[in-house]
Write a new protein. Structure first.
Length: 567
């Protein structure tokens, strides 16, 4: 028994073309692949979709070989046994295969492709009565209606609400949250429903003056004029983008919104990357020839030497930025030799050992921590205070009345002169006392404060080079009145750079500050860049103990210096 195939195709005019062939095989393959016995070029048919085989008793057995089944009498099955005498119709995608038996006993398979559009229309007509399609408006009308609804709800309503609202604190714009491209950052999250707090005018980007309304303490990175000059040499493409932005009301370049991008979600404001800083500072000298700043691109490879601001005139407290390469000297108005106070074998060390228990000094003399006390956050140090840090050794006591010591008022020369002028001393507090070496029972180092000694002080010895004041201060005469040069102890020499002492607490003070060998307060005990590079290198340096980007030490909005001398 054999299969007889009848392929029925239609021409463009609707005429049928029938091709018959006899296949003497027990089983035929059906599928989209060309090598199948029954080739059905339809994407709805798998490459090897099914097999049609002759079974026992003259039956035809059909089995799906892929993941899809086939149609049989209106249903979908994966296998079937068909009596060829009774006949059946199989469906594979858009093709119909009719199974019947010929007079000579051969099984006839008539393959015909149906008209998809016609079949779809027929199915649609059949289902239309069971759907809402017939009572709804057309798709075009629905589309235009929804578009108009979106325009009214999300465009017209917010615009009208913004134009008609008052300036009251509780009057907000209706529906403006639908315009938000994302959630605000954590620092601005309280403004989530108050778009008009920053977007003051509709269809205009956030202005710098709006930002400064809250962030009034944010200082300019540099003067706007100099920043504009440094950006004149930008590429043509960047200048064109700025021009387009200006046409749509965008400020800049160097506007607040250029760096502080909002609506990026609930997160902290990210610090600028090194590339952000290097974009201008890598060739700053070329863009601004008159700048005092050096070109910088990487802390380990290209960074200028530190330029601290040192006091050059203690009378006016004028400071000047000087490179450490020039070995600058500072005139703070104070005479203080670190070496004398830190020498473990000197007289100060012996004195500190005698009064150490009372004041918490170590047994081997003074240490940095005995005078330099950190702030509460540990970042910097408190200013030196005479009464707290110095008077334990340099006593200002000058008289005793009823067991109470009278002390000079530190920092007030006029009061000192007045106090000593009226002092009525009959005997010294500690006769024959040497300095340093012997000490009184009270444990406080003092001069031989006899009445005669005080009278001598008043005529110049107190403010002399070896006097009680002149030891540390420089005496002056202003309009015939004695005085001392003002003392300016700078707590932060490099205000354009950030340094955290707490982060370096594992290091000894002497690792960075060579105080033990300093014989004068004019020595600027600051480490140079070479010393910092022993640990800190650029952010991409694999050998660095601490990879360091620009933002580790620098802020884009630095605090302004005090009065600086022009170079």
């Amino acid at each position: 028994m054999a299969f007889r195939l009848k392929q029925i195709e239609l021409t463009a005019t609707g005429r049928e073309i029938v091709r018959e062939s006899t296949v003497d095989k027990p089983a035929l393959s059906v599928g989209r692949a060309a090598e199948n016995d029954i080739h059905l070029p339809d994407l709805a048919v798998e490459p090897r979709h099914a097999t049609i085989a002759l079974g026992e008793g003259g039956r035809v057995e059909v089995a799906a070989t892929g993941s899809l089944g086939f149609g049989l009498d209106g249903g979908t099955v994966t296998e079937a046994r068909i009596d060829a005498g009774s006949g059946a119709e199989l469906r594979f995608g858009s093709y119909r295969v009719t199974v019947s038996r010929e007079a000579d006993g051969a099984v006839l398979l008539a393959v015909r492709q149906l008209d998809d559009a016609g079949a779809a229309a027929a199915d649609l007509d059949e289902k239309r009565g069971f759907s809402l399609l017939s009572v709804l408006p057309g798709k075009r009308i629905v589309s235009w209606g929804l578009a108009a609804l979106i325009v009214v709800a999300f465009l017209a309503v917010p615009i009208i609400s913004n134009l008609t609202r008052s300036d009251g604190p509780g009057d907000t714009v209706v529906g403006d949250s639908s315009w938000s491209p994302g959630e605000l950052s954590l620092v601005h999250h309280s403004l989530e429903e108050k778009c008009e707090a920053c977007h003051v005018r509709p269809f205009e980007s956030v202005r710098d003056k709006t930002c400064l309304g809250c962030h009034e303490s944010a200082h300019d990175h540099a003067s706007p004029e100099r920043i504009a000059r440094s950006l004149d040499g930008r590429p043509l493409g960047a200048q064109m983008l700025s021009t387009i932005g200006h046409a749509f009301g965008k400020e800049g370049p160097n506007a607040c919104a250029d760096c502080h991008v909002e609506h990026e979600g609930e997160q902290r404001v990210a610090l600028p990357t090194g590339e952000f800083c290097v974009g201008c500072h890598v060739d700053l000298k070329e863009q601004l020839p008159d700048t005092r700043l050096g070109d910088a691109s990487d802390f380990g490879l290209r960074h200028p030497q530190f330029t601290p601001a040192v006091v050059i005139d203690p009378e006016t407290r004028l400071r000047k930025q000087v490179s450490l390469d020039a070995k600058p000297r500072e005139n703070s108005g104070l005479a203080f030799p670190h070496k004398l106070h830190l020498d473990p074998e000197g007289g100060v060390a012996r004195m500190a050992a005698n009064i150490g228990r009372q004041h918490g000094y170590g047994g081997n003399g003074l240490a940095c921590k005995d005078c330099h006390r950190p702030t509460e956050d540990g970042i910097r140090f408190l200013p030196i205070n005479m009464e707290r840090d110095c008077e334990a050794c340099h006593s200002l006591a000058y008289d005793e009345v009823g067991g109470i010591f009278r002390r000079l008022h530190h920092g007030d020369v006029a009061q000192m002169v007045a106090d000593l002028s009226v002092a009525n001393l009959k005997q010294p507090l500690a006769p024959n006392r040497k300095r340093p070496g012997s000490y009184g029972d009270d444990g406080i180092y003092q001069f031989n404060f006899s009445a005669g000694a005080y009278r001598s002080m008043l005529i110049g010895k107190a403010l002399s080079r070896k006097g009680i004041c002149g030891e540390c201060h420089t005496p002056t005469m202003n309009n015939g009145r004695p005085g001392v040069v003002p003392v300016t102890i700078v707590s932060r020499h490099m205000e354009q750079g950030w340094f955290d002492h707490k982060a370096h607490s594992q290091e000894e003070c002497s690792s960075c500050h060579a105080a033990a060998g300093s014989t004068t307060s004019a020595d600027l005990l600051l480490p140079g860049i070479k010393q910092c590079r022993t640990c800190h290198l650029g952010p991409e340096a694999s050998e660095a103990k601490v990879p360091s980007g620009c933002a580790m030490c620098h802020s884009y909005h630095p605090e302004p210096f005090g009065k600086l001398a022009e170079n």
